[in-house]
Design a binder for this molecule. Sequence first.
Ligand code: UD1
Length: 378
Amino acid sequence: MNDNRNLVLSVVGARPQFVKAAAVTPALAAAGVREILLHTGQHYDWEMSAAFFEGLDLPAPTYNLQVGSGLHGAQTARMLEGIEAVLIDRRPRLVIVYGDTNSTLAGALAGAKLHIPVAHVEAGLRSFNRAMPEEINRIVADHLATIRFAPTDAAVANLRREGLSEGLVRTGDVMYDISMRSMPVARQLLAPTTARYGVSPGAFALATIHRAENTDNTERWRGIVEGLLEVARSGLPVIWPAHPRTRALFSDPHHLPITLIPPLPYLEMQTLVLAARVVITDSGGLQKEAAFLARPCVTVRDQTEWVELVQMGVNTLVPAEPEAMARAALTATWPDHVRVNGLYGDGQAGVQVAQAVKEFLDGDRAVFEGGNLPEAGR
Ligand code: UD1
């Protein structure tokens, strides 16, 4: 029989999860934890998946379920079936899930149903908008999890409010780890990368829009496109690395006065964030990455999970209206005295996660708030 004492299974599937796993996977190995990496195949285009594994030195996944696209129910069901089979076969003692995608939901459900404890990295984030699929996914994952790794004070408070104080570990943000790690190279790439896109450092807006709430609502979508066109017409060039869902909405992107490009590899994206005057986005990860690099952000959403950035005045929520978007983007500045240092940890969040996982597997509960954890799956 396999020795599974130190064995965990991590579920990833969508772009931001490859970044998060890149902070945790090497730290688990260093802590002596054996990890099976399972890719659901939610993201499958080279730019959305393989480019990230290569660019982030993430080992190739042991399993790729290749579930592809689909309606939420069908996509999640295919993941559940595949993850369950692997869990039964390999019997890891912990399932690690990341963030808030359908892959997170499927991993958490599959583990919980088989009585295998679940650890949720990036627990406790809330938009308080249940129309977002991500909000449903993160609430379910948090409630099923045995270990909840919360990256911010707001996340800790949200979990406590929902009665989820047990198994709570306040860590830094794993995306901060990777952003800091990539900075020296991003700085070197700054000049050639901006030159490639024909812009000058500090003199362009970097935009990404992909959330269903924006792309699937015709009125919002029109407002957003018009808003970005307005920014460009006002003299601030716009570079827009477009998610496949977004790209598909343009019949002829070449006629736009904005630079619409394919999704970028991680390092190139960080380089453009570093070089941008302002970031305009609806992505959760990019809101933080802008702040890590002291770039102001305009978020085209009604609410955000990263409330501390709005409170600090470095992230502005705007409606999907052209004038509001353009005004916010053209006037956004990063206040001189503001730094996010410490807010998201010290660049060692992945190590904190790995150490807590190791302690959990070893049966040492001291690290967890609240105690009363179930035994790691035998
Ligand atoms: C998912 C997450 C979201 C996260 C985002 C990061 C859910 C519910 N949402 O959204 O939280 O911010 O990933 O990118 O899990 N597509 C391709 N090629 C790909 C991947 C997707 O063409 O490699 C297309 C699909 O066909 C689909 C659309 O993009 O039509 C959306 O893909 P989907 O898997 O539903 O989730 P995302 O929108 O990427």
